[in-house]
Design a binder for this molecule. Structure first.
Ligand code: HEM
Length: 323
């Protein structure tokens, strides 16, 4: 089945022009310091901020490539992506990115793109909650467009079957290994009841063999998320070390305690022979997880579209295109 998916593979990681590690070396040498300082304050005040930024970066890259399109507000002339089904009432962290952008604009005006800020901030977020370091290639441009339509179609849904989810990653040029490794981001952060209700009340007819959730854990989840109401109630996706970036998310899947159907599918789906192997590997070997995660984050961050290099810009305010 996966072979079929290869046909819709889109080589999204364009090499034009190549991103480089020292892109701001002469134009804004303090860029890493500034982003790190702001991220440190934010994560210290609330570790959830790390999760918000990592998700923001992913939701940027899956729509038109990593071009800051997710950050654009709706205006009379432009429909942004913030109202897409996977973003609305859910995606946060915009003010934190505004803060970093303001600091950078006063230090090196008009130089650092919002898309690059998101990419560096996501890397720092991971480090600050205990995850791995990786070098971040830079030089992305900010789009002058956004696509609500692509945001609605490209972003994965918590109650989507495994094959459909994998096809969305393959479409972005990411492999099955990348998918399982990147999903390890769910070792931090929270999900809302509206997204995990189908999992805990069994309303999910996809491909899962329904690895049972333990009774104690299930009744705790049901107390947070009733059958009706409480849609915005939240709980951690990693129920053991929710604020630590480690491999314990994969252990929750092995125990059958994945919070989202899409998470548990990686281990339990009847189509998930390869994904299950990877979940077992990352559950057993945290170093292998960290190595693969770093590599896959660079790959995801390199999803670009050539349009953004031709018509793109460095926005002065991440929420609006330059006039
Ligand atoms: C299988 C594909 C994926 C699906 C279906 C999915 C779905 C979700 C959902 C439903 C939530 C909770 C949102 C809410 O309830 O408001 C969430 C949270 C999160 N996702 Fe994913 N996700 C996927 C892959 C990824 C990837 C690849 C990354 C990063 C590389 C990521 C990073 C995060 C983070 C950090 C959070 C926590 C955000 C917070 O605390 O607000 N996810 N995801």
């Amino acid at each position: 089945m996966l072979f079929c998916l290869i046909f819709i593979f889109r080589n999204a990681a364009s090499d034009y022009p190549p991103l480089t590690l020292d892109y701001y070396k002469s134009t804004c040498p303090t860029v890493f310091e500034i982003v790190r300082k702001e991220m440190e304050c934010a994560v210290l005040s609330d570790p959830r901020n790390a999760a918000l930024v990592v998700r923001l970066h992913m939701h940027d890259c899956f729509v038109q490539g990593c071009d800051g399109s997710v950050l654009l507000d709706d205006t009379i002339d432009l429909q942004g992506e913030k109202k897409a089904s996977e973003n609305i009432h859910s995606l946060k962290g915009f003010r934190l990115i505004d803060r970093i952008k303001n600091m950078l604009e006063s230090e090196c005006p008009g130089i650092v793109s919002c898309a690059d800020i998101l990419t560096i901030a996501a890397r720092d977020a991971v480090i600050l909650v205990g995850g791995p370091y990786w070098d971040v290639p830079l030089g992305r441009k900010d789009s002058r467009t956004a696509s609500l339509e692509l945001a609605n179609s490209n972003l994965p849904d918590a109650n989507e079957g495994l094959l459909s989810i994998l096809s969305k990653f393959i479409y972005q040029g990411l492999s099955v290994t990348d998918t399982v490794a990147l999903l390890g981001s769910h070792t931090i952060g929270m999900a809302r009841c509206v997204n995990f209700r189908p999992r805990i009340y069994g309303d999910f007819e996809a491909t899962s063999d329904k690895t049972p959730i333990s009774e104690a854990y299930l009744s705790n989840l049901k107390s947070i998320c009733p059958t009706v109401g409480g849609d915005k109630n939240i709980t951690a996706m990693d129920n053991v070390t929710p604020n630590l970036f480690d491999n314990s998310f994969y252990l929750t899947l092995v125990r059958g305690e994945g919070l989202l159907n899409s998470d548990q599918e990686m281990y339990s789906s009847v189509f998930g022979i390869e994904t299950r192997k990877l979940v077992n590997k990352f559950a057993e070997d945290p170093i292998a997880f960290f190595q693969q995660f770093s590599e896959s984050m660079v790959k995801m961050g390199n999803i670009t579209n050539s349009d953004s290099f031709v018509t793109g810009e460095v926005r002065r305010n991440c929420r609006f295109v330059n006039t």
